[in-house]
Design a protein around this ligand. Structure first.
Ligand code: G16
Length: 544
């Protein structure tokens, strides 16, 4: 195999964000841009003939081209074996599972998650370590450091690889195995959940469903699992064919972007269950007939009912949530007398807790839930969890939610996003908030008295590493909270997220509309951060 060494120069913008490096496709298409980043990752790792790598992506624009480039750089850097999803496709949780199952050294996942795809839209790449989870900060910091030092990359002069034929290919000592992207993952799900029970409930008509794959990666997974294995009628999975531009849509499973599904679930024709997943298959949205389950509530309900699912029937060791996620799961953990960890935003912070057996379930407000079965959040896993729960209890989604609120109270929750804000304005907002923090504790604003006000910092209980500046949080005596945080996944300007929550224990007041119930907190958040005043905007870009 001939190996070419290509001189290059650093790009100064290859610092990974919340989940890998995300940029516009055109940025990645610049000469040497992708090559530099991949070589910087490989320069950070011990690579030899025994090293194996899982490779695949969500099928978005530039996926196939990027995979061919990565194969050649991996070959030139001495990897012994690449395991690639057929057609270059792998969902993020399926990639995580393949890394673990094959005891691979790691994996490269090509995706910008829920961000739009297409020639003028977004692309991304992230490295997952040998436990199957996103690379922790000490890795991503090193990738960035290498990207600033890089002066050359190595690339093998070989032909493009056939990505579509399942089986092994060998080029001298370099082996490539093309695998079915769905099979192993579907088997794993079959081991976790009670498929015969779900199948019975679907065939009897007590569960009717619609799953929106949003023309993204979960289409083939959902077709196989939900329609073929669980017996849902053909067409239950909509937008099932993955497209490079996601059919022009925004593959983010929320009420705004999965609008057709949301409209159906709030109509007279609503099935009993509705769900959607995102670009790379790690997010989920859960709906019932005329009800949307917030991700924070979904996590709490899963924790409270985990014993009803075969894989978790012996109980769960503990739970974790990202800091801005509502405290609903904390109440369940307290009742179950298990540990509850509060981590910074980003799935990578759950990895050590899962590996150490301190937690079994974890989740985030950003439509992510998962368990110790892989080291990524897992959209279809969450959907199957809910289907198993419906089949086991015979209850409707709305009943399960109502009963949960009656038992534990409701953490009324909402997130307000201000997208593409000028960075200077966002910085001035954070400076302004930081100036106020020392004087806030004990201060009263109408109904609310501040109990604590700080900038969240996390010490990992397993390896002791510290992550600072993870968002500003202000908590009140009545348990209400507001959090101000900058998104780490956007590609244009800065996105300010304001997370708001208030606890309601009285059943009679639990059915309120979240925006109305949170109105006073929303006003107070503006008083403290002045986003509207400083940007001249009258409303958030997105409310979830
Ligand atoms: C990624 C991470 C999640 C995190 C989310 C937050 O999600 O994997 O763990 O909660 O970003 O995004 P932001 O920094 O914009 O608030 P995904 O689905 O984009 O990979």
């Amino acid at each position: 195999m001939r190996i070419k060494t290509v001189p290059t120069q650093p790009f100064d913008d290859q610092k990974p964000g919340t989940s890998g490096l995300r940029k516009k496709v055109k940025v990645f298409q610049q000469p040497n841009y992708l090559e530099n980043f991949v070589q910087s990752i490989f320069n950070s790792l011990p690579v030899d003939q025994g090293s194996s790598l899982v490779l695949g992506g969500d099928g978005r624009y530039f996926n196939r081209e990027a995979i061919q480039i990565i194969i050649k750089i991996a070959a030139a850097n001495g990897f012994g074996h690449l395991i690639i999803g057929q057609g270059g496709l792998l969902s993020t949780p399926a990639a995580s599972h393949l890394i673990r199952k094959n005891q691979a050294s790691g994996g490269l996942i090509l995706s910008a998650s829920h961000n739009p795809g297409g020639a003028d839209e977004d692309f991304g790449i992230k490295y997952n370590v040998s436990n199957g989870g996103p690379a922790p900060e000490k890795f991503t910091d090193e990738f960035y450091r290498q990207s600033m030092l890089i002066s050359e990359y190595k690339i093998a002069e070989i032909d493009d690889i056939d990505l579509d034929s399942i089986g092994a290919q060998q080029i001298e000592t370099f082996k490539i195995t093309i695998v079915d992207p769905v099979d192993d993952y579907a088997n794993l799900m079959n081991q976790i959940f009670d498929f015969p029970l779900i199948n019975k409930a679907i065939e009897s008509g007590s569960i009717t469903l619609c799953f929106d794959a949003m023309h993204a990666i979960t289409g083939p997974y959902a077709k196989k699992i939900i329609e073929e294995m669980l017996g849902a009628k053909p067409g239950s999975v909509i937008n099932a064919i993955p497209l490079p531009d996601f059919g022009g849509g925004h593959p983010d499973p929320n009420l705004a972007h999965a609008k057709k599904l949301a409209d159906l679930m709030f109509s007279a024709e609503a099935p009993t269950f509705g769900a959607a997943s995102d670009g790379d298959g790690d997010r989920n949205m859960i709906l019932g007939n005329h009800i949307f389950v917030t991700p924070s509530d979904s996590l709490a309900i899963m924790a409270a009912n985990a014993h009803l699912i075969p894989a978790y029937s012996q109980g769960i060791a503990g739970v974790a949530r990202s800091m801005p996620t509502s405290q609903a799961v904390d109440r369940v953990a307290e009742a179950l007398d298990i540990a509850c960890y509060e981590t910074p935003t980003g799935w990578k912070y759950f990895g050590n807790l899962l590996d150490a057996g301190k937690i079994t379930l974890c989740g985030e407000e950003s439509f992510g839930t998962g368990s110790n079965h892989v080291r990524e959040k897992d959209g279809l896993w969450a959907v199957l969890f809910w289907l198993n729960l419906l089949a086991k209890t015979g209850l409707a989604v709305g009943d399960i939610v109502q009963q949960h609120w009656q038992k534990f109270g409701r953490d009324i929750y909402s997130r307000h996003d201000y997208e593409a804000v000028d960075l200077a304005i966002v910085n001035s907002i954070f400076d302004h908030l930081r100036e106020q923090l020392p004087g806030l504790t004990g201060k009263s604003f109408g109904d609310f008295t501040v109990k604590f006000a700080d900038e969240f910092s996390y010490q990992d209980p397993v390896d002791g590493s510290i992550s600072k500046n993870q968002g500003i949080r202000i908590g009140f005596e009545d348990g209400s909270r507001m959090v101000f945080r900058l998104s780490g996944t956007g590609t244009v300007g800065a996105t300010l997220r304001i997370y708001l929550e208030r606890f309601e224990s009285a059943s009679a007041r639990q059915d309120q509309d979240a925006q109305i119930a949170l109105a006073k907190l929303i006003d107070l958040a503006e008083q403290l951060c002045e986003i509207k005043k400083r940007t001249g905007r009258s409303a958030p870009t997105v409310i979830t």
